[in-house]
Design a protein around this ligand. Sequence first.
Ligand code: AMP
Ligand code: MG
Length: 336
Amino acid sequence: MTQLSAVPTREPATPGSTREHLSSPVTSAVLTIQSRMLAATRSFLSQHGFTEVLLPILGPVTDPGARGAKQVDIDYYGHRYKLMTSAILYKQASLTMFDKIYCIAPNVRLEPLDTTVTSRHLAEFHQIDVEMAGASRDQVMRLVEDLVGYVTTKVLADVAEEFERLGRDIQTLAQLSAGPFGRRTHTDAVATLRELGHPQNPDGEIDWAGEAMLSRLESRPFFVTDYPKGSRGFYDRENPQRPGFLRNFDLIAAEGYGELCSGSEREHDYAAIIARMRETGENPAKYAWYLEMVREGIPASAGFGIGVERLTRYIAGLDAVWQACAYPKIPGVVAP
Ligand code: AMP
Ligand code: MG
């Protein structure tokens, strides 16, 4: 990881007091970079015909596919509502309004306590959440490549002095816009991990340690595609040519920083969604508003979510993801 050597004091391993964190030169450099990243993201997506839609943070249901994290319930006028773990259901629904949408959306996930050692989990974070009607997986993977390349090039040009202050090696970052990222299947990634002696479950998500190992092997971000069905939520579309595997992908950063983005083609057919809900242990009755929309017809689509703090951490070369946040919520840690 990059040493924060160009700044007077090295950021501590935990945020310390709120005042200390907010007034640290590291925080100001990082959040300057993040602010330019968000401006570049909006400019790129707007140039590509995407409309920014502000999506709900509260709803009767939320994304159930959040890797062991607990959802947060709130009392909404006597009804049990959830804070959004992701905006996926609203993204699909919003395509009945515009063909290309995005949102910079806050998410709340009470991550399990074993994530405190990953350096890449927060209990509250944001996603650059994009969805495109009629798109294929390949189309949105190219969009991810172009977006990440554009944003990186733009911030390197706009605020070079902040990278210098952080001591971030910008040589590797400058290569991010130099052509497509590598692609490998989940099956292939599992085989690599097993050859390295890591006991990766072939039917599940790549575990935290496996993800970090794969990420450390590379000098550029790369895609992992075709995750097995049991590893993801009901909305990632199953491959009709390869039942049991999904038309989805993750983008994994290089240098050990791990997952940056997950995306997929989506299920949009009513019967397929009901079947997938049942297979994943979800009760369709809970999803009444969504299923009513699906029954009336939502477009086929593909989309993705890029973690804002994760992308900031990678671009700024930070030790931990909480450094990419003004008011970090580290899982299990009481914080403002
Ligand atoms: P997911 O739907 O779990 O794939 O989340 C989408 C993206 O959000 C991931 O690829 C990460 O970049 C980011 N993300 C997910 N969970 C967290 C977390 N607990 N803390 C920070 N970023 C996260
Ligand atoms: Mg993911």
